[in-house]
Design a protein around this ligand. Sequence first.
Ligand SMILES: Nc1nc2c(c(=O)[nH]1)N[C@H]1C(S)=C(S)[C@@H](COP(=O)(O)O)O[C@H]1N2
Ligand SMILES: [Mo]
Length: 203
Amino acid sequence: MQDERRKLEARMRQENRLPPGQSATFKFPVLHYGPVPEVDLETWTFRTLGLVDEEKNWTWKEFLELPTTSVTCDVHCVTTWSKFGTNWEGVSFKSLVELAGVKPEAQYVLVHAEYGYTANLPLDVMLDDDVLLAYKYEGEYLEPDHGFPLRTLVPSRYFWKSVKWVRAVEFLDADKPGFWEKAGYHNEADPWKEQRHVRRTGW
Ligand SMILES: Nc1nc2c(c(=O)[nH]1)N[C@H]1C(S)=C(S)[C@@H](COP(=O)(O)O)O[C@H]1N2
Ligand SMILES: [Mo]
């Protein structure tokens, strides 16, 4: 196992897919703050709000009718594990932005989850082709632990920016820190720049 891991890391390094300070995992670690929500798909809704022409709500059934995209990517957790070649399916964030009627003043996105978890990113990052509102992982609906029924997927950033149990997306003209960002995690979270935490100055 250890050998397999070293081999994979060597290959990923060669392909420029292993960011600094990261190690490969074959498992799919579960990481979050707080409990796993119990979700009733009959009453579940997904909302778009903020700088939009009008607020919209989707039921689960309506959400499933939206056009789908599949993305294969690597994910990098700030706690230093990376998982390579994961496959996801869902609605591209780009198409959601069109459906939501986002106003031109919108420049930032705050993603809201159950129990108040949030994560913030600039809208231009969220408009990358590989950003999804994902509901399937490796061809199956998400496990409760991994965000059932819906999570965001933002492959270019540390995985805390990929919000599990998403309930709403808010469009803003000014940046607003999310859950971990308020706790001192780096606002940008680019794994290639090792933007893990805010560097403390002073002593
Ligand atoms: N709603 C919610 N989403 C969350 C978190 C959380 O605590 N709550 N943790 C984040 C962190 S730190 C990581 S590493 C990933 C882990 O996703 P996984 O459990 O599917 O591996 O979820 C992210 N999304
Ligand atoms: Mo994480």
